[in-house]
Design a protein around this ligand. Structure first.
Ligand code: ZN
Ligand code: ZN
Length: 424
């Protein structure tokens, strides 16, 4: 298969040029200056005017299987991912049963091999049942195919358990992903704490609830000399703590979500439960700091925190509805929106969903290097469209982006050279 004349953007190789790309046996055979002639017998895809990108790695998603298949399952999440240019989905452990042992890990991997269009890589729990008390069998989960450990959905509250988790995980070279939230400070909050939450009469989650645990985890990482990845940071303060730690040589990395880069707490004013997430949407100054964090390479990754919930669950009063929004299918279009609204180089944003998560998790992929697996997206950077509910491939439709205009659309997605989007 010969992909002709597209703009190849590959942050892992600092490549950004018009070129042809040859795919053979599911791998990238070579990249060539775009030329008039194509060897006979090759299938040709004309990509003129298109961008050709490495398939995205979404390092934080909730696929909901096993246990919550009415919200989403491995098949539907894979479809949403493929439609969004995501070829690798890293899925969190808060399923039912929890992925805290190798049999659940194996179930996810086998099921994904059967029904998913994209690669699904499970994250194992840090503690049994996500209860924060007893460390899970990380070595066995690693052998079964887990790529990291996290109690995401819940923080690991006990600092000594977190310290032992870092030490234990490092013996298996398993990255640790931390959801930072002091639950006592967060209390029963449902949105960012500040003047707006008082005005709306909703209980708030203060920024310090996140920052206090980011501080703790950074200190534990420095003390144990084990790297840590802090997921979905949402405040200026968290970024400042991480920035200082990086300067001190502590091996901390972090990600932010597209919604924290595009939206602020102002969206909550309409009491739309699709704007209720954890961490909550913050103030404009936080959003601005996170954008600057990307520009300054302090933010390593962008991840969707795809969190499907059924309509009747979200159809409750704001303080009763569950936290989270879906985001797999809008991940790449959201990056384009950030690029256009904030004048950040697109390749820099792309690095946050390709090269960087591959590095943080030690994964193959996230690049168009010759020899690499041909996980790729063809993206039309000029297509203008608006998100409708009918377009959403996920079983759940909980996103505040419905009705929003986007520029740039996924045209085709390939996993190991096989087209997975559009599907027949
Ligand atoms: Zn979380
Ligand atoms: Zn999450």
């Amino acid at each position: 298969m010969w992909i002709k004349g597209g703009r190849l953007i590959d942050p892992a190789n600092n490549r950004d040029e018009i070129a042809d790309i040859l795919i053979r046996d599911g791998r990238i055979e070579g990249i060539y200056p775009t030329a008039g002639t194509v060897p006979k017998g090759e299938e040709v895809i004309d990509a003129q005017g298109m961008w050709v990108l490495p398939g995205l790695i979404d390092m934080h998603a909730h696929v909901r299987e096993p246990g919550f298949e009415y919200k989403e399952d491995i098949e539907s999440a894979g479809r949403a991912a493929a439609a969004g240019g995501v070829t690798t989905v890293v899925c969190m452990a808060n399923t039912d049963p929890v992925n805290d042992n190798p049999s659940v890990t194996q179930y996810i991997i086998r099921k994904a091999a059967r029904v998913s269009r994209v690669r699904i890589l499970p994250v194992g729990a840090i503690t049994v049942g996500l209860e924060g008390k007893v460390l899970a069998e990380m070595g066995l989960m690693r052998e079964a195919g887990c790529v990291a450990v996290s109690d995401d959905g819940r923080p690991v509250e006990d600092a000594s358990i977190m310290r032992r988790a870092l030490e234990y995980a490092s013996t298996f070279s398993l990255p640790v992903i931390s959801h930072c939230e002091d639950r006592n400070l967060a209390g029963s909050g449902v949105m960012n704490e500040g003047p707006l939450s008082s005005k709306l009469g909703l209980p708030g989650i203060p920024a310090v609830a996140e920052e206090i645990m980011v501080s703790r985890d950074v200190l534990l990482s420095g003390y144990t000399r084990v790297p840590i990845h802090v997921t979905h940071i949402s405040t200026k303060g968290s970024l400042e703590i991480i920035s200082r730690a990086k300067q001190q040589g502590i091996r901390v990395t972090c990600d932010v979500t597209p919604h924290h880069l595009l939206l602020t707490e102002e969206c909550v004013k309409a009491y739309d439960t699709n704007t209720k997430m954890n961490p909550p949407l913050r103030e404009a100054s936080d959003r601005q700091a996170l954008i600057e964090g990307i520009r300054m390479n302090l933010v390593d990754c962008i991840a969707s925190d795809h969190a499907p919930h059924a309509r009747d669950e979200k159809d409750l009063d704001f303080d009763l509805a569950p936290f989270g929004m879906i985001g797999l299918q809008t991940l790449l279009p959201s990056l384009m929106k950030i690029h256009l609204e904030h004048d950040i180089d697109f390749p820099q944003l792309l690095a946050c969903v390709t090269r960087n998560p591959a590095r943080v998790l030690g994964l193959e992929g996230g690049t168009l290097s010759p020899g690499a697996r041909a996980d790729m997206v063809i993206f039309d950077p000029t297509a203008a469209w608006s998100l409708t509910e009918e377009m959403i491939c996920s079983k759940s439709k909980n996103t505040p982006f419905i009705g929003q205009a986007f520029t740039g659309k996924v045209v085709r997605t390939f996993v190991e050279g096989t087209e997975v989007y559009p599907a027949d």
